[in-house]
Design a protein around this ligand. Sequence first.
Ligand code: PLP
Length: 389
Amino acid sequence: MKVQTKILHSIPADELTGAISTPIYQTSTFVQEAPGMHRGYDYSRTNNPTRAALEKLIAELEGGSRGFAFASGLAAIDAVVKLLAAGDEILAVDDIYGGAFRLFTHVYQKFGIGVRYTDTTDVTKVAAAITPKTKLIWIETPTNPTLKISDIRAIANIAKTQGILLCVDNTFASPAAQKPLDLGADIVVHSATKYLAGHSDVIAGIVVTKTDELDDQIKFIQNASGAILGPFDSWLAIRGIETLPLRIAQHSKNAQAIAEFLQTQDLVKNVYYPGLPDHHNHAIAQQQQQYFGGVVSFDLKVDETGVATQLVKSTRYFQLAESLGGVKSLICLPSEMTHKSIPAAIRRRAGVTDSLVRLSVGLEDAEDLVRDLEKALRIATGRLTVAAR
Ligand SMILES: *Cc1c(COP(=O)(O)O)cnc(C)c1O
């Protein structure tokens, strides 16, 4: 069965009523026939039929054994960190999502879980950064916002030989483009807020595992800590996932056109997109991804927030907002928005200059999007000459 068919037929029609759309079981508890005798559901933190449908769907999509839905991507990440104990260390990609950086550095270090950051695009650096305390390697690929690519299979091999877990944040690629578990990763997490749900209308997170041991551990943590996704939000995520492969194909097609356009522009210095042949790890992206995704970043020849600010304020279809992965295009300035909580020195080392602009390319017509950027670049260039005077 091909992926689009699998998605539409993974969840059967409702047994009780035949409803073809998974019902929203908006209930906290379930009536029992006798103490402890129930139909698999006793309390909605532990298990809920709508959430269970989503969890089964995403486990199948990622090729795992179990899926778990959380109240946000960060709640999902938090659940994975809880597999560790004081004295353990995380080895994480240096260009990590800002919220994950904040959680690892400012919440978990005080509980005795250490973290080191390294450039995981270079496998030798990963091997060199491992210590006897390393229990979890954490990568995102492509990363946010500079779209760096790490070789999942090569890192999984290193992790395996040393008995370390590998978790891949698959938010940017989505399972329609990349399946980390098939490449050897142990755990996949998602901010389902982005491509999985896909319509900028819900905050949600996902963990997928593939061994009995990890299935049981994450299930225990999900129930014990309780940051579960509610029934209505689970329904929204299911509805989004139904069109995931179609959306990813079109997001990627639009993004490729925009990346190629940006490369021709005078004001633009670097364009970051894994689908460009001169991307530093284009060959690996081609190997492990079926699509290159909908996020494109670029910086300007003048590293001034003033000019970049003018640019991000001058688009019409690219609306100025954080987040990504929705049907409507968004534009943002990471140094002032998503990545503000990361210290400037660390941020710049990871390539996030003050003029770096991130686009979440939506499903509008590609020509309209290109024209929109063309106009904004022209306005920003005008601002540049004024500043130079
Ligand atoms: C948005 C995002 C998260 C956090 O997810 P929330 O749903 O906002 O909590 C984690 N990782 C990546 C790569 C993200 O883009």
